[in-house]
Design a protein around this ligand. Sequence first.
Ligand code: SF4
Length: 350
Amino acid sequence: MTTTSASPAPATDAPTTGRVLLAAPRGYCAGVDRAVVAVEKALEHYGAPIYVRKEIVHNKYVVETLAERGAIFVDETDEVPEGARVVFSAHGVSPAVHEAAAARSLETIDATCPLVTKVHKEAVRFAADDYDILLIGHEGHEEVEGTAGEAPEHIQIVNSPDEVDKVVVRDPDKVVWISQTTLSVDETMETVRRLRERFPTLQDPPSDDICYATQNRQVAVKKLAPRCELVIVVGSRNSSNSVRLMEVAKEAGADDAHLVDYAKEIDPAWLEGVTTVGVTSGASVPEILVEEVLRFLAERGYGEVEEVRTATEDLMFSLPRELRGALKAAGQGSGRPEREGRRALRVEAV
Ligand code: SF4
């Protein structure tokens, strides 16, 4: 059992009646860290306002904090004044969005996660080879819109295993699947299994599209969920990987699981009769929000905290090229994410 003791919750006088199993890894992934630091550095370097198309990452607290510092979040580039500077979110954008930005002479900073860009490139390559591409993902999610926009005439979206029967392809021997990066691994594999029943020569993507961070957080929550009556996932409702963590927790054996943006959203009634609470957080969640949850639980008797670690992560991406160049030219370093920048919206992991 890969558990280690940890005591991240602040001291409290409340008697300890229960305990917390704290998932690790949890919280910020390399792509989110890079995107958030990109907006922070852009604000520091160019000054406010900095426009951001869509939520930079799907987390309320992060978006509100950046907005307070001068970021202006818009839905589309036509809301950005001509010639102004706009950051594209970690979820990625389609070529049409790049074209629309160029038509308005916008200065763009592309904070698309490199692991999303990898999926875009796969789509472009398989479309060039004239494959029918089955993109497993959630219709309407920004990442899926961006990826599908790379080759709309070749890509069809498959939302779930139940949609497999609806898929229509031109040549059943020339079909490949790719996926959104933040899906449930188990459900995706079920979709692929059913697709392969229909298309036995279905080609796999060259490497996993569900990213390391999504997979690691699901593995950790799966490990602790069977020992918990309740799992609390810190994350926003529009965060795909956070919602998946809640679903995975239930499937893995937790009696109950809830998603909260903030500790204040925890209903004390959820804790009735509960001795062990699992806690984790989505890939777009700063650690400060988890600490608030731990404090809330400690004040109600859940002061003993055990970390359940299933992997260690040290991946870090360099900042978007456009920003890196500008920072370097101004003598502000190489533009690699720096400790100071990384701490701005997060408290170091406990
Ligand atoms: S969840 Fe994965 S794909 Fe999304 S930003 Fe993080 S590392 Fe990138």
